[in-house]
Design a protein around this ligand. Structure first.
Ligand code: DGL
Length: 272
C-alpha cells in the first residue's frame, strides 16, 4: 500500500470510471485541492448488486481512501450513496458527502410544480433514496431504472441512434402516467452526464436537467472551497487514481469521463 500523501486530499469513491464525471466537476470548482480517486473496477457494476454487497465494498473503499490520507470523502457513485451512505458514514472518521442529497436539493430549487423524474440504476431506484430525499422537500418523484444506459455509455455510444432510442423509451415511460407535467429530470447515475445533450433532445422540452455530479461538486465547494482557497496553492491539483482492475483499461476509459488524460493509476487489491 502507498504511503499517505503529504497534503490533505479529497477522496472520491466510485464503482469504476463513472465517478470521474464527479471528479471533473470537483476539479473545476475546487482546483486547489488534491484528489485521490478510487474506482472499484474489478467489482463493477454496483447498480445490479444488493445492499449487503454494495455496503461491504463501500466500507472497504472508505478505509482504503482514509489510509491514503483522504480528509473528506465524496461518494460519487449514486448506487453506493443510495444504498450505503449511512453505513459509510458510520465506518468513516472524516466527513462524507454523497450525491443524492445535493441532487435532491438542486431539483428542489429548479422545480416549480414539485414533480420530478429521477433516472438511475436498478439498485438506486429500488432503494428509493432519491424519492425519500425529494419527498422530504415536498416533491413527488417518479424513479425510473435505466439499466441499459451504463453499458451504452461505456461502449462510447454517447451520440448513437441506439442510445437515443433506448433513452427515448425510458423517458417516455418515466414522463407518462401522471408525470407528464414533471418539470425536472435528475441524472441519478455517474454515467449520464456524458449523454446529457442526447437526454436533452429526448426529454420533454419544458424539463430542466439536474446533474447530480455538478450539484455534488457545488455542495463540496460550499463546505471546503474556502479552506482550499485559503491555502493559496499554486499550480495544478494532484490527481491520483486507484483501480481494482486493469490499470491499462482505466487509463484508456478514464479520459472519456474526465475529459483529459488519466495518469498515475495504481492497481489495488482489496482483501475481503
Ligand atoms: N456508478 C454507478 C452509479 O452512479 C453506475 C455504474 C455501476 O452500476 O456501477 O450508480
Amino acid at each position: 500500500m502507498n504511503s499517505s500523501p503529504s497534503r490533505a486530499a479529497i477522496g472520491v469513491f466510485d464503482s469504476g470510471f463513472g465517478g470521474l464525471t464527479v471528479l471533473k466537476e470537483l476539479v473545476a470548482l475546487i482546483p486547489s485541492a488534491d484528489y485521490l480517486y478510487f474506482g472499484d473496477t474489478a467489482r463493477l457494476p454496483y447498480g445490479s448488486k444488493s445492499v449487503e454487497t454494495v455496503g461491504r465494498y463501500a466500507v472497504e473503499a472508505t478505509h482504503f481512501l482514509e489510509q491514503q490520507g483522504a480528509n473528506l470523502l465524496v461518494i460519487a457513485c449514486n448506487t453506493a450513496t443510495a444504498l450505503a451512505l449511512d453505513q459509510i458514514k458510520r465506518a468513516a472518521h472524516v466527513p462524507v458527502i454523497g450525491v443524492v442529497e445535493p441532487g435532491a436539493e438542486q431539483a428542489s430549487s429548479a422545480s416549480k410544480n414539485r414533480r420530478v423524474v429521477v433516472i438511475g440504476t436498478e439498485a438506486t431506484v429500488s432503494s428509493h433514496a432519491y424519492r425519500k430525499a425529494l419527498e422530504q422537500r415536498g416533491m413527488a418523484a417518479r424513479e425510473k431504472a435505466c439499466p441499459l444506459l451504463v453499458p451504452l455509455v461505456e461502449e462510447g455510444w454517447v451520440e448513437h441512434p441506439v442510445t437515443e432510442q433506448v433513452a427515448g423509451i425510458y423517458l417516455q415511460d418515466a414522463f407518462g402516467d401522471g408525470f407528464q407535467g414533471a418539470d425536472v429530470l435528475v441524472l441519478g447515475c455517474t454515467h449520464y452526464p456524458l449523454i446529457k445533450p442526447l437526454l436533452r433532445r429526448v426529454a420533454p422540452a419544458h424539463v430542466s436537467i439536474v446533474d447530480s455530479a455538478h450539484s455534488t461538486a457545488k455542495a463540496v465547494a460550499g463546505k471546503v472551497g474556502d479552506f482550499y482557497k485559503a491555502l493559496d496553492r499554486r499550480g495544478q491539483p494532484t490527481l491520483k487514481f486507484f483501480a481494482t482492475d486493469s490499470v491499462e483499461k482505466f487509463r484508456r476509459m478514464g479520459p472519456n469521463f474526465l475529459g483529459h488524460p488519466v495518469n498515475s493509476v495504481e492497481h489495488v487489491d482489496l482483501k475481503e
